[in-house]
Write a protein that binds this ligand. Sequence first.
Ligand code: GLA
Length: 732
Amino acid sequence: MAIIINESGRVFTLQTKNSTYQMAADSCGVLLHTYYGAKIDAVDMSSLIHKSDVGFSGNPVEAEGDRTYSLDCLPQELPTSGVGDYRSDMIRIIHHDGSCAADFRFAGYEVKMGALDIPGMPSLYDTDNEKAQTLIIKMSEKASGAVVSLIYGVWEDSDVITRSVKVENRGSHSIVLDKALSCSMDFMYSDFDMIYFSGRHAMERNFQRTPVGFAQVAVSSTRGTSSHHYNPAVILAKPETTETAGECYGMCLVYSGNFIASAQKDQREQTRAQIGIHPDWFKFTLNEGEEFYTPQVIMSYSNEGLGQLSRQYHDIIREHICRREYKHARRPVLINNWEATYFDFNEEKILKIAKQAADLGIEMLVLDDGWFGKREDDNSGLGDWFVNEKKMGGSLKQLGEKLHAMGLKFGLWFEPEMVSEDSDLYRAHPDWAIQIPMRSPTRSRNQLVLDMSRSDVREYLLERMTDIISNAQIDYVKWDMNRSICDIYSAVLPSDRQGEVYHRYVLGVYDLLERLLARFPHLLLEGCSGGGGRFDAAMLYYSPQIWCSDNTDAVNRLDIQYGTSFFYPTSTVGAHVSAVPNHQTGRITPFKTRGDVAMSGSFGYELDLGSVSDEEKLMVKQQIADFHSYYELTHEGDYYRLTVPKTKPFMAWEFVLKDKSRAMITMVMTEREGNPLPVHLPVSGLDKDKFYRCSYNDVVLRGNVWNNCGITLKEIPAQYESIIMEFNEVNE
Ligand code: GLA
């Protein structure tokens, strides 16, 4: 049993293969957090809690004068708000009389087989109710009739525990949720570093590690999307934890909107870690009988370092977030015309690219921005999802037929959530754009954002996209989103519900995605937001791949793909070979290196094949063959980070098949000095008893030798050169 409840019905132990999570309702009905860490017996660990009279930390009435019992000090599963726990709260409620207090007490529990869906939002799915069990603990608010359900999914084999929260208003007045996080965790006795991922457009998910002290460490987004700037997934690691050893805890939010993830030590040096929807710009009214669900957070624990934690996330996301046909089916190798033509194209140009691509073995052409409305540059036309036949010199239907006749699939770019002021859509429906009455909205890329919380907006988009996709027989859609949201206001919500718009926007995006996919069961979606501005677990529920960054420079991509790999599997990472000098950095890298880096992802090309040399064309053919041969490794295998950016003059990573019969290492020389030091690559994850032949030096050794000794390169590659080497099992 993954969920063990003791005889009193008040101690709840969640067991996964290698971890234990425990909470206990005490005699006052407070739900204490008693343990999360390496697997232990299901014994009540409340004994770990030390109580003492702590000055300026008050005592609830149930403590009956016991000054050692304080909500300000106890490790809690659902912290109270406004009644004496001065640390960061989790659920904050404003009542009809204007008071703000939430004091929760244990009110029962329920166990279910399988995972619980969260209405309107993505979450880990368990199709046959085989992999997960769910524990729901009910906590009632003392005075208002609000009932909180703490929902725990226990994924025993995956070493994953999920948390989410339902708040119901069973009282007789409306309440306003002023804060509703998904998870709050109190660690009693540990020092931690917080690992998070910062960035900017075209330079996303840079690895950061900072100690958690008494000052709060927090990352967040209030941009309406999860953002380029911080990713909604963080790790708490013991200071001594490395890639291959030590304890660490992940929290990955399945949500694409505003979020906050924070950690801070309290006066007793306990660490409170939290994650959920950002409370800024959030207020949600619940009338009598209404309910609210927070997004899900996927938690995982490893005592074998960060690498193992990442592999746990990769497996659960690949198996229980990514869905549909392309979950395991091979994704087509694509060519995208964006960096080849930008807005300057017509049917003839596209067909030329397509013909060259098809000859080289590329499997899909993606027509990017500029095929619709009045869209000669990025100042106009968004929202007018009608084919610009004048510019194209023909219909998309016709183009689709020609591409399919060449054996290519047809992919198409949309940016559904946006509208240009210079568009017929905006002229007809200015109130469909998010903007505050009597204020001029802030423009970004000269565009505004459609109010996705409105059903009429979604109906329009669904109708337009359906028409185009079915007419032109579109196989793939690149769903882009190219600005952050501000001027938050919806013309269809009353003044006292404007605090709901950011969240309702996200729910609206999910609704449209779900309905579109229901109409087109074979459609492959690639998510995008100026590259990786919405690279989160929730979007992966709809699009099994996301364009990782607008930065296609192979060397910058090493750092971006490194940071992305902490939570997200390489199968989800859109990565293309582009032209040199690179359009974002001006750097010149070898064609082979660009291919080797992009191959550790959902692979494609984004350049003018007409300006590629004959030698490079042969390399394209070879790269596609290699990509197919490595597909199982890169899309289904276990991933090992072998280096840390900027600590060595090279970067290296490895994939190992689940059955350990094959592995591959990619290395790129990032710096080159005179009289260079030897390059020694670690090797990881091989079966210690199996023999493997290494393609680099043709040497056969047992896995225990490779794993412990690694491999030294015979010659030091030139700067930016790359090597891929395979390790194949042999029978000795
Ligand atoms: C975004 C995307 C690019 C491209 C452009 C088109 O920046 O990330 O790949 O599609 O939009 O405008």
